[in-house]
Write a protein that binds this ligand. Structure first.
Ligand code: GLA
Length: 718
């Protein structure tokens, strides 16, 4: 606008031959609004599309920024000052963010806005990556004035879209049913999701999507935002009086207040915006490639992830050294590459009431220590991994007795327990350093190549004894920065360790965590049919390479369902495969099936983790579910098909595939047949059981919870 107010012009499919932008600027007389210029009724902040709306000066919608000043005023007026374009992408200090190794891979626009009265300067940062429909956005506020200012709200991205013809999709749920897709029409007013639990949470994921009504997996327009952050967040869509839709995501303003003394700077986390005109699969594929190439770091970004055996559901707390070694021996015979010892190896931890924080080995269970165990497991040709819950402390533990001031809790208030435990105050650097020393000692004492980092309760009575009364609004953000700092220190010292993050299953499945831990335990619910919804929803934003997916025993421990081993494998295949059961209890036939599963998985592991993933049929819409992954040249594809309940006398089932070369011929291994790509995409695979099978009830493809997998290999036509 003429007064330096930064406006948003357009965001969507690329437009060619544009010689000027005037046609994007919409103005109208808006009665009862506040004019920007004296005597003028046309220019009002209330009715224009803004890039960085601030509070208190005539825009009554949700602001991107709200700053409290020394005199008690909240009124801010950020005006355009300058811009620059950089090759590559700058880092955001102390926060996870997407990166590019080669400065040719991305370009960054930085726009500087200033508020003359306070001297506050905002830098809006936008990075675009080659060949990806993605914009990475963040904001920093620097206090160049003479008085302190208090940032009460700072959204990482705020976007005003020109109309409200949208439906909204969020990934919501609870423990054991994380990231279910929820879709509804957008309405006037605010529709928001968020977390104030200290973790991104099981309840809502920091992801929000707006799509045109009717948008489906393969077609339609969608705009999505995903916050690279693991703490309290807010994501919202607000439809205003003139049908402009404002989309925002950032740190949750609830209880947030960050004081900036003169010269200090605050950085927001990064928000990743994706635009797709190819439906939801287009959105997901953009996130998947961005995260695989520009978020996940270290050796494990490229290396194939080991198939693991985790003892949790196999033994829970009740194990001995001998048992773990026997489980590992049997696992190695099955082809498993990594043995993970879960909770219960430390202190006096025989149930969940004690010892968190006592990160030294329990000699009653492991008389020869961790290094011996790791050596024995390495001798079997397997890697060894260990469980920690670094942010937690049990009342019955050394840390709690020695350092009660390190526990999160408000003065004079009862500290409430969650899973019999308290939260350590990671906003205090000495707590982080202490934990680093403890963990480093264990990790340096043995050949530990994997760590499962758990976090099993939300944060209540949020208060830090290390912060002054005027700084308590910084607690939650400082807490998560402490978590990131500990990850950074451990990764720097132990760069070869593969970290898997976890928070009672999938309570912290977010891009912030993926920057440190390349994979996340998707859900404590390991039941295959339940996992269809969880993995389907999770794949909206997160690649298969990040989703820990385990085959567990039956009846399933979370919900008692009994799904065939074949189906349990076929679901876990579309993730990072693991087994979480006691192999000593397997039958010979199970063993044979598992061995074959692992061989097949290894053969297609690269395709699964690096291929392009397509969702074909949604578990939220029907009884049959399907998805597939295809490699870069469509030379190979892997298709998973699942049936929830079997039904009598069904219509014919044809599964139409996608992204194949229409002219080429594919060999479908399981059917021992050749098909053209065009037949597979237009006619599909006929999945109805063969007529001659109709009396045969031993065909498990006909049962409840059935599944089939198809591997497609392109054959040359010549
Ligand atoms: C959490 C995790 C589980 C397991 C247990 C151990 O619930 O999500 O996978 O590690 O803790 O106590």
């Amino acid at each position: 606008m003429e007064n330096g107010q930064l406006e948003h012009l357009y965001y969507g499919k690329s437009i060619k031959y544009l010689d000027h932008y005037d046609r994007f600027i919409e103005r109208s007389y808006r009665p009862v609004s506040v004019g920007e210029f004296t005597g003028d009724l046309i220019h009002s902040l209330e009715s224009i599309k803004q890039e960085f709306p601030s509070s208190g000066s005539g825009d009554f919608r949700e602001p991107a920024v709200e700053i409290l000043q020394e005199d008690g005023s909240h009124v801010m007026e950020f005006r355009y000052s300058s811009f620059e374009v950089l090759a590559g992408k700058p880092y955001i200090p102390n926060l996870p963010a997407t990166f590019c190794k080669d400065s040719q891979d991305a370009q960054t626009l930085r726009i500087t806005l200033t508020d003359d009265l306070t001297g506050a300067t905002a830098i809006l940062t936008y990075t675009i990556f080659n060949n990806l429909p993605v914009i990475a956005r963040s904001v920093s506020i620097t206090n160049l004035g003479e008085d302190p200012i208090r940032v009460n709200r700072l959204m990482s991205a705020s976007l005003d879209l020109p109309d409200s013809e949208f439906e909204i999709i969020q990934l919501s749920g609870a423990w054991g049913r994380e990231r279910h897709l929820s879709r509804r029409p957008i309405r006037p007013g605010i529709q928001a999701i968020g977390s104030t639990r200290g973790i991104s949470s099981h309840v809502h994921n920091p992801f929000l999507l707006l799509c045109r009504p009717g948008t489906q997996e393969h077609w339609g327009e969608a705009y999505a935002v995903n916050l690279v952050y693991s703490g309290n967040f807010l994501a919202l869509a607000e439809v205003d009086a003139y049908s402009i839709t404002r989309l925002q995501a950032g740190v949750h303003p609830d209880k947030f207040c960050w004081t900036l003394n003169p010269g200090e700077c605050f950085y927001s986390p990064e928000a990743i915006l994706v635009y797709s005109d190819r439906g939801f699969n287009g959105v997901s594929q953009a996130y998947h490639s961005l995260y695989n190439k520009h978020l996940i770091r270290g050796n494990w970004a490229e290396l194939e992830r080991p198939v693991l055996m985790n003892n949790w559901e196999g033994t829970y707390f009740d194990f001995t050294e001998q048992q773990i070694l026997e489980i590992a021996r049997q696992a190695s015979e099955l082809g498993i590459e990594l043995m993970v010892l879960d909770d219960g190896w430390f202190g006096r931890r025989n149930d969940d009431t004690s010892s968190l924080g006592d990160w030294f080995v329990n000699p009653d269970k492991l008389p020869n220590g961790i290094s011996y165990l790791a050596e024995q497991i390495n001798r079997l040709g397997m890697k060894f991994g260990l469980w920690f819950e670094p942010e937690m402390v049990s009342p019955d533990s050394h840390i709690h007795r020695d350092h009660p001031e390190w526990v999160v809790g408000a003065p004079g208030r009862t500290r409430k327990q969650g899973r019999h435990q308290y939260v350590l105050d990671f906003s205090q650097p000495e707590v982080v350093n202490y934990l680093f020393d403890l963990m480093d000692e264990v990790l340096s004492s043995a050949n530990i190549e994997y760590v499962k980092w758990d976090m099993n309760r939300c944060i209540s009575e949020a208060y830090s004894s290390g912060l002054g009364s005027d700084r308590q609004g910084e607690f939650f953000h400082r807490y998560i920065m402490g978590v990131y700092a500990l990850y950074d220190k451990l990764i720097a010292k132990h760069p070869k360790i593969l970290f898997e993050s976890c928070a009672s299953g999938g309570g912290r499945f977010d891009p912030g965590m993926l920057y440190y831990a390349p994979q996340t335990w998707t859900s404590d619910n390991s039941e295959a049919i339940e996992r269809l919804k969880i993995q389907y929803g999770t794949s909206m934003a997160y690649p298969l390479s990040t989703m820990g997916a385990h085959v567990s025993s039956i009846p399933n421990h979370q919900i008692g369902r009994t799904a065939p081993l074949q189906t349990r494998g076929h679901v876990a295949f579309f993730g990072v495969l693991g087994y979480e059961l006691n192999p000593l209890q397997l039958t010979d036939s199970d063993r044979k099936i598992i061995k074959e599963q692992i061989q097949t998985y290894k053969r297609y592991r690269r395709l699964i983790s690096k291929g392009t993933f397509y969702r074909l049929q949604s578990p939220f819409e029907g009884n049959e579910i399907a998805w597939m992954t295809v490699d870069d040249n469509a030379d190979q594809a892997l298709v998973g098909w699942y049936q929830v309940l079997s039904r009598p006398n069904e219509p014919y089932w044809r599964l139409r595939l996608t992204a194949l070369c229409p002219e080429e011929i594919y060999y479908v291994e399981e059917l021992n047949s050749y098909y053209s790509g065009s037949e597979l995409m237009n006619v599909g695979l006929l999945l109805t059981p063969h007529p001659s099978d109709h009396q045969d009830f031993n065909i498990i493809e006909k049962w409840d919870f059935a599944s089939r997998m198809f591997t497609l290999i392109k054959k040359s036509l010549k």
